[in-house]
Design a protein around this ligand. Sequence first.
Ligand code: FES
Length: 277
Amino acid sequence: MWDYTEKVKEFFLHPKNVGEIEDPDAVGEVGSILCGDALKLTLRIDKTTGKIIDAKFQTFGCASAIASSSVLTELIKDKTVDEALKITNQDIANYLGGLPKEKMHCSVMGREALEAAITNYRGEKKPVEQAAEVVCKCFEVTEEKIRKVAIENHLTTVEDITNFTKAGGGCGTCIPAIEAILKDLWSSGVMQEKPHVSKRMTNLQKIALIREVLEQEIRPRLQADGGDIELRDIVGNRVIVSLRAMCVGCPMGSVTLQGIQEKLRELVHDDIIVEEE
Ligand code: FES
């Protein structure tokens, strides 16, 4: 069972703007029923002001897809097409009070439908997607989409890409290609931080790894300088320690703790907080 916010439940159970505008000024269709999600967005646009005066959607998808599509139609109404184009998939998710990370692809689908509709309104042609550009055949996700979504949402792992695009979430044969795209984005400098390996682990694995890093990486260094550290407790992402030996009362104690936190974040998980007991 997904942990949906009240807003998601509200928009899923009582979606606004369901349906199709007759003789619309713009149509955006994305996704495919074969891949599990599809969305059709139709818009009425005031040609004088460029304002979107009505928006309706039809979707085939889960609760998140319905809620995301419905919110999108609410967000774009009374905006000009240029203003509407500034709405990101993160704006859709934020309006809903967040989406489960595995469902972020629903917000991406909303943003894509909006882009497709405005492209259609402006009479621009969607670039033809070559078969060779499709990286994930299970979900028909192109390299262009993976790059775009990764950059816009600052995604660093294959798991992130799967959550936001579904690519990699089927047979898995495209995973090496997704990894190569991520590596290229990082090495080309498009994104600024080093990608980290996905660290999905159980609490027990996390505790064991924290112990291991403290024993093998951190304590020997402190002991070499006459100091030491003792692990006192682990509560969620908080690692509670006591400084020992020469570290006790050391004016650089806070710097030492900061260094330990950085090491644990690098080697265990980036949400770790180190506190002194
Ligand atoms: S080809 Fe991407 S999951 Fe199967």
